[in-house]
Every structure is written in structure tokens, then in C-alpha cells.
Design a protein around this ligand. Structure first.
Ligand SMILES: [Zn+2]
Ligand SMILES: [Zn+2]
Length: 143
């Protein structure tokens, strides 16, 4: 069965006129299957195990591609990647990353009660599209 996440990914490729290559699909499939954020190297090992070998440079390039479509978030504090929990969220995506167990709870600025609009405009800035914010947290089981 094709998951909803995969349909979203295919649809976004199609709408942005990017081609859907087998390698891109292998990477996004693997990411959708993950319950936790995963590093590029762990992803490579995972692909090795399931018989879909890709080299690390290719994996990074493909991860960049999916990040640029806002379907994957790179969590810089732990240098890992995760499939976006809510790709159709129009608000700024907030990645709450547990500093102990690396559990990720994704939210948006509205839900988190953050309003940047005023401050950003005062500074003459505009939020880059697709940017997300990381908030270091401790999850319910780790705090
Ligand atoms: Zn997201
Ligand atoms: Zn935790």
C-alpha cells in the first residue's frame, strides 16, 4: 500500500516539476519508515541492509533535495533527518527535539504561541520560506 506520506512526496515533486528518480524514492521511502530522526550514515547502513546501496554523497544530495521541497527536516543540533510530520502545514514548522532521547515532536509557530511577524518586519526581514525552527526540549519520559 502506498502511504499518505509517499503520495504527498510524489505530489510535491510533480507540482514543483522535479523528476521522481528511483534513488529519490528509495531515500524518501526509507525516511518515511523511520520512527526517529536518522543520520545520513545510518540511512546508508539501513539501505545497505535492504539491498539498496547508495553512496554517502548521493544520500546527502538526495536529502538536500527533499529538504528543499520541505518534506524532510534536517535537525542541525543532532545532524539527523526526519520526514516532516505535517508537510501541508503553512505556518513555520517547529521541531521540538528531546535532548536526551532525540524524540521529535513537530509543531508550528501558532501552536507554540510564537508570533514572529511583528519583530521580523521591524528588522526589515522576511522569514525564508521552508525554514523551520528547532526548540531543544525534554520529552515527557525524559524530563
Ligand atoms: Zn515539518
Ligand atoms: Zn526524551
Amino acid at each position: 500500500m502506498v502511504s499518505k506520506s509517499k503520495i504527498t512526496a510524489l505530489d510535491r515533486c510533480y507540482k514543483s516539476k522535479h523528476s521522481i528518480t528511483p534513488q529519490r524514492m528509495v531515500v524518501i521511502d526509507a525516511l518515511i519508515d523511520q520512527k526517529k530522526a536518522i543520520s545520513a550514515y545510518d540511512l546508508r547502513n539501513h539501505l545497505d541492509v535492504i539491498g539498496k546501496k547508495l553512496n554517502i554523497a548521493t544520500i546527502y544530495r538526495i536529502l538536500d533535495f527533499w529538504c528543499s521541497l520541505n518534506l524532510v527536516h534536517r535537525i542541525s543540533s543532532i545532524n539527523k533527518f526526519i520526514f516532516c510530520a505535517n508537510p501541508n502545514e503553512k505556518h513555520t514548522h517547529i521541531i521540538n527535539c528531546c535532548q536526551k532521547c532525540e524524540k521529535i515532536v513537530e509543531s508550528c509557530h501558532k501552536k507554540m504561541g510564537i508570533d514572529f511577524s511583528g519583530g521580523i518586519e521591524d528588522l526589515g526581514l522576511q522569514l525564508a520560506s521552508g525554514s523551520h525552527l528547532e526548540v531543544p526540549v525534554f520529552c515527557a519520559s525524559c524530563r
